[in-house]
Design a protein around this ligand. Structure first.
Ligand code: UD2
Length: 220
């Protein structure tokens, strides 16, 4: 059984139903897939969990804490995949995505080091001298226990930063990149699985990150 983890608070609830419908059509056909949604709105998923909306960047920065709040339940799945809710599956996403720990190369930084956290005070720090790959925060997963163990470490690192009064440059994504730099993912997917809607790249579009007005979506 595969669990898809979704968070949609504040204005992000508009993305939920189109994404879930697209997953029914394209995501791991032939597998038993269940959607688990944390939301402050009335909307449908296989499992809906009430979750309070907080101002940006809390909904994304605290995602690992949110996920771990259901650890016992989530351990019953074979694989777990988190995806941003403002995404759409547009072509088959098959068992090529299954792996122990799965990450996606960030479409903006193929062959480049990207924008890791460079302040040594943050737990997400990667020194400049170390060559790193840059991963996107929008799609990630793996075997459930392995993925939940990563979530646990990331949650602790984010808490440690919070206690020091520092927020990593790209929030959860910086912590993810730190973790994956020192714990290489067994499966690295191409930007097909985090394909920005309006870009043209030499990859098949499978999971699209929808264009949006970030400021408008995050206000209120
Ligand atoms: C990028 C990453 C995202 C995260 C973020 C960190 C991709 C495609 N996306 O996205 O995963 O690492 O950078 O800065 O790689 N959310 C809510 N309510 C809110 C705000 C956010 O539910 O008010 C949730 C929702 O599931 C959303 C996710 O948090 O999809 C990430 O927020 P975003 O999509 O606004 O972040 P973005 O586009 O900067």
């Amino acid at each position: 059984m595969i669990g898809v983890l979704l968070i949609a608070t504040g204005k992000y609830d508009v993305f939920v139903q189109p994404l879930i419908q697209s997953l029914k059509r394209h995501f791991l056909p032939g597998y038993q897939v269940k959607t688990i949604l944390w939301t402050d709105k009335e909307t449908q998923a296989d499992l809906c969990l009430h979750h309070k909306h907080e101002p940006w960047p809390a909904p994304t920065l605290n995602r690992y804490k949110t996920i771990l709040s259901q650890r016992e339940l989530l351990e019953q799945f074979d694989y777990l995949f988190y995806m941003d809710v403002d995404m759409l599956a547009v072509d088959t996403i098959g068992d090529e995505i299954l792996g122990d720990l799965v990450a996606v190369q960030h479409p903006g930084f193929i062959g480049k080091v990207g924008t890791p956290e460079r302040r040594s005070r943050s737990a997400a720090y990667i020194p400049r001298r170390e060559k790193s790959v840059y991963y996107a925060g929008g799609f990630q997963g793996g075997r459930s226990r392995r993925y939940l163990d990563m979530c646990h470490t990331l949650h602790n690192q984010i808490e440690s930063d919070r206690q020091k009064g520092i927020t990593a440059i790209w929030h959860d994504e910086s912590h993810l990149n730190h973790y994956l730099h020192y714990n290489k993912p067994g499966k690295v997917l191409s930007p097909s699985y985090c394909y920005p809607e309006s870009w043209e790249m030499p990859y098949v579009k499978r999971l699209v990150a929808l264009d949006k007005d970030h400021a408008e979506m995050r206000c209120g």
